[in-house]
Structure formats: C-alpha cells, structure tokens
Design a protein around this ligand. Structure first.
Ligand code: ATP
Length: 253
C-alpha cells in the first residue's frame, strides 16, 4: 500500500548542528499516528518540513507517492495536507460559520469554472454546515469566532482543516492548554471528526496519545528510535531508556 505520508532519509541541519538525522517514517492511509519524544528531539522541525514551511537538508517526503519535498506550503495544502497550529488561525471578527464557509469556498474555488460558481458556493455552504456539526460547534454557528472559548477555538481550527477538504492532517499538540475534561472532549471530537482521514500529531499528553493513536513513533535526538502500537511502545526498552528520569509514556494515566 502506498503510504499517506512517507518520510525518507530526512536530514535537517541548522548551521553545523544536525537536528534531524536520517528520519524514516511511514504513515498509512487512515491511520492515526502520534509522534512523541523529549523536548528538543526535532518533532516541530519534522512537522515544518512535511508542511513545507522549511526545506530539508537531504531526503525526500511523499504524499500518497507524490514528491512534495520542495513544494511551498500552499501547494502542499492544495494536495490535501492541512496543518493545525497551536495558535489559532481563523478570522476573529467573522462568525464561526463564515470562517468555515471561507475555508470551504477557497478549497472549491480552484476547481470551478465561472459558470459553476453558484453551485460551487452552495456546495461549499453545505460542506461548511456539515463540518460545523462534525466539530461540535452547531450551537455556536453565528457567534463571532474571537469570542469562542479556547477549546472551541481549537475545534474551529480543526474545522477549518476539514472544511479545506484535507485528507491528511498534521495536528500540533491538539489539546495543549486544555484542562482534563476539555482534553478528553477534544480527543473524542478529533476521533469522530477525522474518521476516514489520516492523522499525524505531535502530542506531549500521553493520555491523548494512548487514547487516540493507532501507532506511535518516538523521536529522540533527531532519530526515530521506535515505531509501534501504543502498548508496544510502552514496553520498548529503548523508549524506556530514552525517557529515563522522565515520565514513561502512559504513566500519567
Ligand atoms: N531555526 C532554528 N535554528 C537553529 N536551531 C533550531 C531552529 N529551530 C529549531 N532548532 C533547534 O532544533 C532542535 C529541535 O527543535 P524542535 O522544536 O524541532 O524540537 P521539538 O521536539 O519540537 O521540541 P518541543 O517538544 O520542546 O517542542 C532544538 O534544539 C532547537 O533549539
């Protein structure tokens, strides 16, 4: 099977420092995959390379078999990979629905001819309504986005990625800054809303990782030291050694 995301021999140097050292990673279609690792391991750097925000020093990145290594972020986005950020990325003065409608219309715009515009707009509106419910914001449809609670803003961020029609999502610490109850709700929301799509997430919260991920990869000092099911990762001696002196993955439960 062609992987949704294939990272092959990726190197990233900043000056003389090798931050990523021959990273190989294969994310299967429709898989939920978590990337974990100690602070400074290179997780955000790898995300930046996959999303096109930075260029690797060597290696290749593929999205469903197509080389995206040197594409700009917008071009990668058009190919169906969306990234959610820890910071919010919506129009604060527009309503929740109008934000989703914008994302859906932009996604459809390139595909439409001028005589299709009316139907495209209607299709985009219908898609925005679907996403609104999928991310649990149906009751907040006409609220100004900037006034949403933090957890709702993160749900809207996820909604924007879904409204853009992305089949593959990079989620950067999707529950950061949330309390336990909010994080648990967010996990459930992500699970349901992203069904049928591919998910790669960086996450520090092990409850979230073990509640959501089908497989986990562990990045330590710029190298993937293990990939496997959550239980296999917890039992892996190399992972335990890497976390020596820190909470082991899953111990927080
Ligand atoms: N633009 C840059 N120039 C120089 N060094 C950088 C740059 N960006 C990141 N680094 C370094 O690369 C290393 C990996 O950083 P990165 O943010 O990718 O790690 P991380 O695993 O995401 O960490 P955290 O879990 O703390 O977010 C760190 O030592 C960081 O200081």
């Amino acid at each position: 099977m062609i992987p949704a995301i294939a990272v092959r021999g990726i190197e990233k140097r900043f000056g003389a420092t090798r931050i990523l050292r021959g990273v190989d990673l294969s994310i299967e279609p429709h898989e939920r995959h978590a990337l974990i690792g100690p602070n400074g391991a290179g997780k955000s750097t790898l995300f930046n390379l996959i999303a096109g925000a930075k260029r690797p020093s060597a290696g290749r990145i593929e999205l469903y078999g197509a080389d995206i290594t040197r594409l700009a972020p917008a071009a990668i986005c058009r190919r169906g990979l969306a990234r959610s950020f820890q910071t919010t990325s919506f129009f604060a003065k527009l309503s929740v629905f109008d934000n989703l409608r914008c994302a859906a219309q932009i996604a459809n715009r390139d595909r439409a001819r001028w005589w299709q515009r009316f139907t495209v707009t209607r299709a985009a509106d219908a898609h925005a309504e679907e996403v609104l419910d999928a991310v649990g914001l149906g009751a907040r449809r006409d609220v100004i986005a900037g006034t949403l609670s933090y957890a709702e803003q993160r749900a809207l961020d996820l909604g924007l990625a879904l409204a853009s029609g992305a089949h593959t999502l990079l989620l950067d610490e999707p529950t950061a800054g949330m309390n336990r109850a909010e994080a648990a709700r967010a996990v459930e929301l992500i699970r349901v809303a992203t069904a049928g799509r591919t998910l790669l997430m960086v996450e520090h919260d092990m409850d979230v990782v073990f509640g959501l991920a089908d497989r986990v990869s562990v990045l330590v000092q710029g190298q993937v030291i293990a990939t496997g099911t959550p239980d296999a990762i917890r039992a892996d001696p190399a992972v335990q050694a890497a976390y020596l002196g820190h909470a082991l993955p899953g111990d927080a439960r």
